[in-house]
Design a protein around this ligand. Structure first.
Ligand SMILES: Nc1ncnc2c1ncn2[C@@H]1O[C@H](COP(=O)(O)OP(=O)(O)OP(=O)(O)O)[C@@H](O)[C@H]1O
Ligand SMILES: [Mg+2]
Ligand SMILES: [Zn+2]
Length: 574
């Protein structure tokens, strides 16, 4: 069908078709004019921004028989041959599936021969970061002394994975995410060329959702058009993306901000949201809160300029009515919740409980709230049973790093004595966790931490200091790069009762807060233990800040609100 694969149909054929990459286009064209073409280029940048397209246009342009203003004519035999992939002078190699030494050796054999038709043999190696070490070495040899007639174009979304030896031999071009405005312009251009009617709001949503990737924008567009009617509607886009209409997000936040639990739950209910939708809903709420926060602090997000004025005004008014604290806290809370949803299932209950918490904090004494809580407790009980079962079949939490169901499967957690137990540290097992915490006194019930050793009373700080770089490196390698990035800003200040004290400089409060989560800290302490054999807790403080004596009541509150099911204790208690 004519409308299939818009992104293919609208693949740029000349430099001028490339949107938003003007500096790159200008440089490449001027190199052609002055005949100063390099032998190796590296095209980097986020997905769908035109790297491969540019490489193809360039490959054709340098070989075209009658270039027009440094553009390929797309009509000569060479141009057509390249487009139809008949002429082997331009080779596209997908390194994701051809990443071995032998693949690159083949190229090395091949480069010796002169081009059959054009002036240059061009090798476009896509996803080049996927090459094996051996393949990179082989490639390096060719790049060290490339034949005159050869051009390499390496494309990747992950330049950091390319060895420095290769990088240093390439001219590097960074492709920018395409701006919302430019995406919108390109979509309009295509829609008009295809004679398709469209709603402005539909375009806006696509352009924002594509997050700078034009290819994504075209795919969304393609799936959203009602082809029978030749129309693009907002509803079509919303359905395609499975996103929540902004109106609904607005209402949800409005209700939560006022502590109107029932109202918030009703909005959630309205969409009849199942598990998948709830995850989407959460994601959209996060995005929405981010916008609110930016509006609140006066940052003009790019997308604000494309929003309908009335909606932007409402958003701004809403942001003014809420405190920055409220917005930030819930933004963080929801982000954490989003992560939990991935391994806990039952996302709906998680979100509902979260909403309950927000409304409680907001101080609502809504009559309906307590009823809802009873209902939620029932649901949570079911959830716990399920989680417990899942844990049995899929291994203990310790065996699944990063997936700690915490104490959800412990039946005691809702019993009232668990709260009282807080005043008696030796019996706080129900609230215990696998890793030591800053607020746990030394006398802990060992059963709460089945596989971990007690925090050593004295911390061998020197040893940890010696291994510090390894610890950071390990976190990074184990795909906890974010943790590593945050932890990098901390330095070891000392130790206290089995806890390592890490200090952050002024201005890095965000880093400290982001790390000061039970789950994050236990991931770090796990690595510390592995590398130094020491089981320690972590205390994160701001440098120069005095450690204040703890107020046990706030401590309890904090602990209770840290994991969702535990938080129900609090609800039962009043
Ligand atoms: N800058 C751009 N200008 C015009 N069209 C673009 C641009 N970027 C992407 N497109 C559209 O998206 C499609 C895919 O782009 P392309 O393959 O060049 O992206 P890429 O940067 O190589 O992406 P990836 O990193 O996923 O390989 C193109 O066929 C084109 O329709
Ligand atoms: Mg590509
Ligand atoms: Zn040509």
């Amino acid at each position: 069908m004519a409308h299939k694969a818009l992104y293919r149909k609208w693949r740029p054929e000349k430099f001028e078709d490339l949107i938003g990459q003007e500096p790159i286009v200008t440089t490449l064209k001027s190199q052609m004019q002055s005949r100063q073409i390099a032998h190796a280029y590296l095209f980097t940048g986020t997905r769908g921004t035109g790297k491969t397209s540019t490489a193809k246009v360039f490959a054709k342009a340098v070989n075209c028989e009658n270039p027009v203003d440094s553009n390929p004519c797309n009509q000569c035999e060479t141009c057509i041959g390249i487009t139809e992939e008949r002429i082997m002078d331009v080779m596209e190699i997908d390194a994701a599936s051809n990443n071995g030494v032998e693949n690159i050796r083949e190229i090395r054999e091949n480069v010796k021969y002169h081009p059959s038709k054009g002036k240059y043999k061009v090798y476009i190696i896509d996803e080049v970061h996927m090459l094996s070490q051996g393949a990179f070495n082989a490639l390096l040899k060719t790049l060290e002394e490339p034949p005159e007639h050869v051009i390499f174009i390496l494309a990747t979304t992950e330049p950091r994975k390319i060895p420095a030896t290769i990088l240093s031999r390439c001219q590097r071009y960074d492709f920018k995410p395409v701006s919302i405005e430019n995406i919108q312009k390109r979509l309009i251009f295509i829609l008009e060329a295809m004679n398709i009617e469209y709603e402005q709001e539909a375009l806006r949503i696509i352009s924002v959702s594509a997050e700078g990737a034009l290819r994504d924008a075209l795919s969304i567009l393609e799936q959203s058009i009602h082809w029978e009617e030749n129309r693009l509607t907002t509803k079509g886009v919303v359905d395609t993306l499975g996103i929540v209409p902004e109106e609904q997000l607005f209402e949800t936040i409005e209700a939560l901000g006022k502590g109107e639990l029932e109202k918030a739950l009703e909005v959630l209910e309205r969409g009849g949201k199942d598990g998948k939708d709830v995850a989407h809903f959460t994601k959209d709420l996060i995005q929405y809160l981010r916008k609110l926060l930016m509006a609140k602090v006066g940052v003009e997000l790019e997308q604000f300029s494309t929003m309908p004025a009335d909606f932007l005004n409402r958003l701004k008014a809403q942001s003014q009515a809420l405190s920055s604290n409220w917005i930030t806290e819930n933004l963080e809370g929801l982000s954490e919740l989003e992560g939990k949803m991935k391994w806990m299932g039952q996302p709906r209950i998680l979100l509902e409980v979260f909403m309950v918490q927000i409304c409680r904090k907001t101080g609502s004494k809504e009559s309906g709230a307590s009823l809802e809580i009873e209902e939620l407790i029932n649901r949570i009980e079911k959830l716990e049973k399920m989680t417990a079962r899942n844990t049995e079949v899929s291994g203990t939490p310790e065996e699944r790093p990063g997936e700690r169901p915490q104490s959800v499967s412990k039946p005691q957690i809702k019993s009232a004595p668990a709260i009282k137990a807080e005043s008696n540290p030796s019996s706080n097992a129900p609230l215990g966790e696998a890793k030591p915490r800053e607020d746990q006194k030394s006398a802990e019930n060992p059963e709460a931490r089945p596989k971990t050793v007690q925090p050593s009373q004295s911390v061998d700080r020197e040893k940890i200091q010696q291994h510090w770089q390894d610890i950071l490196q390990t976190l990074k390698q184990e795909k906890k790069a974010q943790l590593e990035a945050l932890l990098k800003e901390a330095s070891i200040l000392g130790s206290d009762k089995g806890h390592l004290i890490l200090g952050f400089e002024k201005g890095f409060g965000f880093h400290r807060e982001a790390l000061d989560k039970k789950e994050k800290k236990s991931q770090i302490t796990e690595v510390i233990q592995r590398l130094t054999g020491q089981s320690v807790g972590l205390k994160l403080i701001m440098k120069g800040e005095q450690e204040l004596p703890r107020d046990p009541s706030t401590d309890l509150e904090k602990r209770l609100t840290e994991t969702l099911p535990e938080s129900l204790i609090e609800f039962r208690d009043d």
